[in-house]
Design a protein around this ligand. Structure first.
Ligand code: HXC
Length: 514
């Protein structure tokens, strides 16, 4: 029968396309420790949920012998599927086909699935594994990238955009991931750079390996371009799946609620903050002692570690945490930690995720290096992001809240909805030693025993300011609470803020200190 013959023909055509760049290229991919593009999609999606489109798209390039080349699927796979039942749009570049390089039709496949994701208001996942702009296609490749960047920007804050770097991501190609919300990298596999080692050698005469220049660790620890770091592709896919459970499908929805769970008994909120205010502690222990099932999903874990950001749940609902980390640089705000916090606050605000801020910091980091690298500009991003955010915003001051740090970390003055403070909170313009040296410099230097005089003044200053009660007396803090009461009060605050609605003056958009 004709239909049987035609089905056979279709299956044969599919089989050819599924071979990608052929056996040799596929073997090379596997030998590099990389999964093949379709296997990546299958590993990420719910079983049998993936549907592929544009399988038979072909390139139209004619120069440099391209008219004699067949590039199956033009080096990229696009489609839709589900992750834990949540619909997603996805593309995955196939390095076995012309190095996953991006030509016109390749880019049109990507922009087609991007348009679909935006129209359907579902998350978009892009798996990058490519040699960049297809050199033979000239300006058409550049046009393709431009169309992608434009859509990344259009979709920003409307649907979640996730980039996965599973191979090279070179040249201008890096800017699509950089425009998306979360970038995932994998040890030894991910490589991101604007100009590769060859160019650096030619232009600067410096030798550097691809790994040292833009490997996974570089972007997870040094540049801050990556948000999640994994040791294998499978671990990376598990991280993506977990992220999907914490975020909504789009900006008009809330993240899915789960069955509430108590924190695990081994995480006790009391006794984490040491009695001596100069001693550090890991603020993640405080978060784990508060959130459901002690499950805290940290983002940018290895970069700007003086601030901690990530997702947890309170009473089954997703919450974004921003917390100073006293373990690193006493939890100060500096150039990088300000960027990290501000961007996360904006993410949570765009996607209806309430923000809980845990405060313990001596202020912004002083120093020539910080001033010259723009701590004023970067620090202002934190003020801007918190002031602008209209999702429920709750603050708990655990210990130090000095100076600009007090204001920046979601203070009442930036419109926090609830501000709680532990009895250990110290809220002042600066720490006691520094303050005494400045305002009583004359008294100290003229005293018979300057050391004794300084100690006395510090003691008086501490008694007056190293507590939460002066701020509580002005109503800047709503409640001074026992650490043990924290979870109960946060659950309550999240619940009563569920229908929060505020709006600012009408404007096209603000001008944040980018
Ligand atoms: C066309 C490309 C290609 C490209 C790789 N290939 N990159 N074809 N355009 N950009 C092809 C190779 O010719 C080869 O084809 C196949 O893909 C596999 O590549 P290999 O070099 O054999 O693989 P490998 O040794 O693993 O090296 C991978 C690589 C290297 C590091 C990515 O291929 C490379 O350096 N490529 C060029 C990277 C680059 O400079 N891209 C342009 C950036 S400029 P055959 O047929 O031999 O199998 C850019 C501007 C965009 O992207 C601006 C947007 C704003």
């Amino acid at each position: 029968m004709a239909i049987k013959r035609k089905i056979k023909e279709l299956l044969k055509k599919r089989e050819i396309v599924f071979k990608g760049g052929g056996d040799k290229a596929r073997e090379k991919q596997v030998a590099m420790g990389k999964l093949l593009a379709r296997d990546r999609i299958r590993a990420l999606m719910d079983e049998d949920s993936f549907n592929e489109y544009d399988l038979f798209v072909e390139h139209e390039a004619r120069d440099f012998n391209m008219d004699k080349k067949t590039l199956h699927g033009d080096g990229v796979i696009i489609g839709t599927g589900t992750i834990f039942g949540a619909p997603v749009c996805i593309y995955a570049q196939d390095f076995t086909v012309a190095g996953g390089s991006l030509g016109l039709m390749h880019s049109r496949k990507i922009t087609k699935i991007m348009d679909h994701a935006l129209k359907m208001r579902v998350p978009l996942i892009g798996i990058n594994d490519s040699g960049g702009a297809r050199i033979q296609e000239g300006v058409n490749s550049l046009a393709g990238y431009g169309e992608i960047f434009f859509r990344n920007t259009l979709a920003s804050g409307v649907i979640p955009q996730i980039s996965v770097i599973l191979g090279p991501c070179a040249g201008g190609a890096v800017y699509s991931p950089a425009l998306t919300d979360f970038v995932f990298v994998v040890e030894k596999i991910s490589k991101m750079f604007i100009t590769g080692p060859e160019v650096i050698k030619t232009v600067l005469g410096e030798e550097i390996s691809m790994e040292e220049l833009g490997g996974a660790k570089v972007h997870a620890e040094i540049s801050g371009n990556a948000h999640f770091y994994a040791r294998s592709e499978i671990e990376c896919f598990d991280q993506i799946k977990k992220l999907i459970t914490f975020i909504p499908w789009n900006n008009s929805q809330k993240a899915k609620s789960f069955e509430p769970k108590e924190p695990k008994p081994e995480y006790k909120v009391e006794g984490i903050v040491p009695d001596d205010p100069t001693l550090p502690y890991d603020v993640r222990d405080v978060i784990r002692s508060i959130v459901d099932d002690s499950d805290f999903f940290e983002s940018q874990e290895l970069w700007a570690t003086n601030i901690i950001i990530g997702f947890g749940r309170l009473g089954g609902k997703t919450v974004g945490f921003v917390a100073n980390q006293p373990l690193v640089l006493a939890g100060v705000l500096d150039v990088d930690s300000s960027d990290k916090a501000a961007r996360f606050v904006r993410y949570c605000d765009a996607f209806n995720i309430p923000i809980v801020t845990l405060v313990d910091l001596p202020g912004y980091l002083p120093g020539v290096d910080q001033e010259h690298t723009g701590v004023i500009r970067h620090g202002a991003k934190v003020l801007y992001a918190y002031s602008e955010a209209t999702v429920p915003k709750i603050t708990v001051i655990l210990r130090k809240a000095y100076g600009g740090g007090y204001i920046a970390m979601n203070s009442r003055h930036l419109r926090a909805d609830f501000v709680f403070a532990w009895p250990t909170a110290e809220i002042a313009v600066m720490g006691p030693e520094g303050a005494a040296n400045i305002i009583f410099r004359k008294e100290i230097s003229e005293a018979e025993d300057p050391d004794k005089a300084r100690k006395q003044i510090v003691k008086e200053y501490k008694a007056k300011f190293a507590n939460p009660y002066v701020a509580a007396a002005r109503g800047y803090i709503d409640s001074v609470i026992e650490p043990l009461e924290t979870r109960k009060l946060l659950l309550h605050a999240i619940n009563v803020s569920d229908n929060k609605s505020v709006s600012g003056p009408k404007k096209k958009h603000g001008i944040p200190p980018f």
